[in-house]
Design a protein around this ligand. Structure first.
Ligand code: MSP
Length: 665
């Protein structure tokens, strides 16, 4: 993509017959990340989202609330906007189909195609599906494609857009533009659909049956079909008007770079919308990207009507907007379906954010504060360990650019996490604590500078994905957002050419570790856990949104008693941790050397990596079981055990203020 090409991205506009759930948030987050990425790259961007406020479904919901349709949509739209604010969605316009300019564009477009003879009045007798607001053929009803209780037999006169006239032209467009519909499986689906006879599209509803819509300009007894009205939002939003004198600079943005949509609304976009554009003499969008669904863990699509929709609000309340933004884009491919579970969310939060990124930032910042006066150190001599990291950095930035620009968010983030993981491995390999102990300041400076550089480049790349956390990390590194944006632009260009030299920071800049970026969460946040009380683990379905209260804790079984003689067999001693490093083969284990007052220190392998970074442990005085028979833990000998509080998960270490080697009893 050229640097100066304006970028236009849209989400579907959402029905305001309920509150936003994770499915709606998903598309909106994706569009926001895409838009932010391009803005950071210095491109002109327009990002449009909004609400679909007309039609039978919205009217029915309004009636069930005892409100007029207008009062109902005015009331609900506030919640939608608020949710996008809480998720840091930076749209350029939030369009409502009840906006005056939109009503004007819909009526002018209807008039245009009516005057061009592209609309015909016809009598229709047949089936109507209330939920989907569509006319259904006898063939589809016989094939059992619809729930009979949702079908109405109707006889009425309506206006039909001559959509069938565009069948061949549309097929030719698909053949000539293989990237018009993505992923490719969806393109094939649409081609299959277009190989059958394409009918015309009924674009009116008699007011006598459903009056909540935009009136047809030539017949006041009818309103416009909700989809014909809604699809036009993509043009109203950028200032289009069929009458050139009334139009804004819409051609700066159109054709849209990407129109995002769920797979359930593929036909309405690829066929209805495209043929409407052909009739209007407007080019088709560059790409319709049809993403997959978030389902419940049993594969069922989430929806308001099924009552299995996950409230995005609770995730934002309990984890913050950034982890939610990260999770949905990282956890599955954009085109594919994926099952959502709160457990999966928590696991990814702890693994990717707390352990990988949070740990790297904490290690780099706290070691710099402790050993190098809290100042970004100088880079000394570069060794192959650093140049290997430059290579990973180049690949990570290239993966972010190509992944985000092609809507492949999970591969983008996987690529970036290769850098984060390589950063943690670099710390383990270079052992800055040993360099510090040995007084090798020059090498220590190069190592910690390189770690801070990895944190910095990662924060720059994460600006569009986790804008708050990326800023927080940049602040800890003493960097301004403006500098970071410039660095990102530079890095994206450099990554085109290969490795990126990690030398973007300034020596002598004060850093500040502050609070952990992503505190580890050993338990599900209470408000979420409370929704599952009394449910067995494998049939987890939220009961209702619950008030915040701590989950019921199981009392541990009283342990079997032992005789004093058994206890006396234990030789417990205080020990001071001298070195700590990650186990080469096991993520949960750390390999420590501990001075317990003997001639030489013990090597002890401990399952503490889920709770502590190695350098958190150095210098602590712990309690060691000194007479435990040595054991081989994943290839490393352990000569004792360290006492810690906690069962499956470590809560804290038992530490004492005493010299090494003192007996504990
Ligand atoms: N109003 C129409 C769109 C008109 S666009 C001119 C509509 N609204 S919707 O609120 O029902 O759905 C909007 C979008 O949310 C669709 O793209 C739909 O696929 C998406 N999602 C709804 N539930 C979803 C999931 N469970 N998972 C992912 N996306 C889902 O259709």
């Amino acid at each position: 993509m050229s640097d100066h090409e304006p970028v236009y991205v849209t989400t579907p506009i959402y029905y305001v017959n309920g509150l936003p759930h994770i499915g709606h948030a998903y598309t909106t987050i994706a569009a926001d990340v895409f838009a932010r990425w391009h803005r950071l790259a210095g491109r002109q961007v327009f990002f449009l989202t909004g609400t679909d406020e007309h039609g039978q479904k919205v009217l029915q919901t309004a009636e069930s609330r005892g409100m007029t349709a207008q009062d109902h949509v005015d009331d609900l739209v506030v919640h939608w906007k608020r949710m996008w604010e809480r998720l840091d969605i930076a749209y350029d316009r939030f369009i409502r189909t009840t906006d005056a300019d939109h009503i004007e564009v819909v009526q002018a477009t209807l008039r245009q195609i009516w005057d061009a003879g592209l609309v015909e009045q016809r009598d229709y007798e047949g089936w109507y599906h209330v939920g989907d607001e569509i006319f259904v053929t006898d063939k589809d009803v016989e094939a059992g494609k619809y729930d009979p209780s949702e079908l109405q037999r109707i006889t009425e006169s309506n206006y039909w857009f001559k959509m069938s006239a565009y069948q061949e032209r549309l097929l030719a467009h698909l053949d000539a533009n293989p990237d018009f519909i993505r992923p490719v499986a969806r393109m094939n689906e649409v081609k299959g659909f277009l190989r059958q006879t394409l009918g015309d599209l009924c674009i009116s509803r008699p007011k006598a049956r459903m009056s909540w819509g935009i009136e047809l300009p030539w017949d006041a007894d009818y309103v416009c079909y909700v989809w014909f009205d809604a699809l036009l939002n993509y043009l109203t939003g950028i200032g289009y008007h069929p009458d050139a004198d009334n139009a804004g600079d819409w051609q700066t943005w159109w054709p849209a770079t990407y129109q995002l949509l769920g797979k359930d609304i593929l036909t309405t976009h690829s066929v209805y919308w495209s043929t409407m554009l052909m009739a209007m003499g407007v080019p088709l969008a560059d790409c319709l990207y049809s993403h997959g669904w978030w389902t419940s863990t049993d594969g069922d699509k989430m929806s308001k009507s099924k009552g299995n929709a996950i409230d995005i609000g609770i995730l934002v309340d309990e984890f913050g907007p950034d982890p939610a933004r990260y999770f949905f884009l990282r956890d599955k491919g954009f085109g594919a379906d994926g099952g959502f579970s709160y457990d999966g969310f928590l696991t990814r939060y702890n693994a990717d954010l707390a352990n990988d990124l949070g740990n790297l930032a904490h290690r780099g910042l706290s070691m710099t504060r402790n050993w190098l006066d809290g100042q970004t150190p100088a880079l000394g001599e570069i060794t192959p360990l650093e140049t290997a990291l430059y290579d990973v950095a180049g690949k990570a930035v290239a993966a972010m650019a190509s992944g985000i620009e092609s809507m492949s968010f999970n591969t983008a983030l996987e690529g970036l996490w290769d850098l984060v993981k390589a950063g943690n491995k670099y710390v383990d390999d270079t052992q800055p604590w040993a360099l510090n102990k040995a007084g090798n300041t020059e090498r220590l400076q190069t190592v910690l500078r390189t770690v801070l550089e990895v944190c910095h480049l990662t924060a720059c790349c994460l600006l569009p994905v986790m804008p708050n956390k990326a800023n927080e990390l940049l602040e800890k590194l003493g960097r301004s957002r403006q500098d970071a944006e410039a660095c990102l632009r530079e890095a994206v260009h450099a990554a085109d050419l290969g490795p990126i030299a990690l030398d973007l920071l300034h020596e002598g800049q004060a850093i500040e570790p502050g609070d952990p970026l992503f505190p580890r969460l050993r338990e599900m946040p209470a408000a979420i856990a409370a929704m599952f009380e009394n449910e067995s683990a494998d049939t987890k379905k939220p009961k209702k949104k619950a008030k915040k209260k701590p989950p019921a804790k199981k009392r541990p079984e009283p342990p079997a008693e032992i005789a004093f003689d058994d206890f006396a067999k234990l030789n417990l001693r205080t020990g001071r941790v001298i070195t700590a490093a990650k186990h080469p083969k096991a993520d949960r284990l750390l390999v420590l050397t501990v001075d317990i007052g003997e001639a030489s220190p013990r090597q002890i392998v401990a399952g503490l990596a889920g709770r502590f970074a190695p350098d958190d442990l150095i210098g602590r005085t712990v309690v060691v079981v000194a007479n435990l028979a040595p054991a081989n833990l994943r290839g490393v000998e352990s000569q004792g055990m360290i006492l810690a509080a906690g069962d499956a998960e470590v809560v804290d270490l038992v530490t004492v203020a005493a010299d090494p080697g003192v007996v504990v009893r």
